[in-house]
Design a protein around this ligand. Sequence first.
Ligand SMILES: CC(C)(COP(=O)(O)OP(=O)(O)OC[C@H]1O[C@@H](n2cnc3c(N)ncnc32)[C@H](O)[C@@H]1OP(=O)(O)O)[C@@H](O)C(=O)NCCC(=O)NCCS
Length: 102
Amino acid sequence: MKVERLGEISACIRNDERQTIAFGSLNTTTGEVLSLYVDPKHRHKGLAKEIVRYLVDEWLKTELDEVFATTCPDTDADKLFERLGWKRYSKWVRRKDEDRKI
Ligand SMILES: CC(C)(COP(=O)(O)OP(=O)(O)OC[C@H]1O[C@@H](n2cnc3c(N)ncnc32)[C@H](O)[C@@H]1OP(=O)(O)O)[C@@H](O)C(=O)NCCC(=O)NCCS
């Protein structure tokens, strides 16, 4: 067995002091958008939109048929992907905060 390197494209936006204020990456093996995060002080300025658009441009250069992101309903991330024209496909989810007997 050996450790395999996973393909990844990462992007960030920095402020004037070169601090990272927005970050996101795309796993080019699975197609998943990961670690999308914008510093709370810089939200709602279109930074996540810019990061996702960059990742999509990079994805279009790969052979992956699709990309996907996992979000929880009614979150800012949910609205972001909806706004960017992504489609939601349903999936089974189990949450820790739901009461289950099984
Ligand atoms: C989700 C997150 C990345 C959004 O970052 P952001 O920079 O504030 O998002 P943007 O400013 O680029 O917003 C892009 C679009 O999303 C929508 N949107 C984002 N936040 C919204 C909100 N609170 N209410 C309504 N729409 C919202 C808007 O339609 C916006 O487009 P518009 O300004 O043209 O209307 C940020 O809130 C975050 O880091 N959250 C915590 C981590 C997280 O949830 N990551 C995602 C994991 S997949």
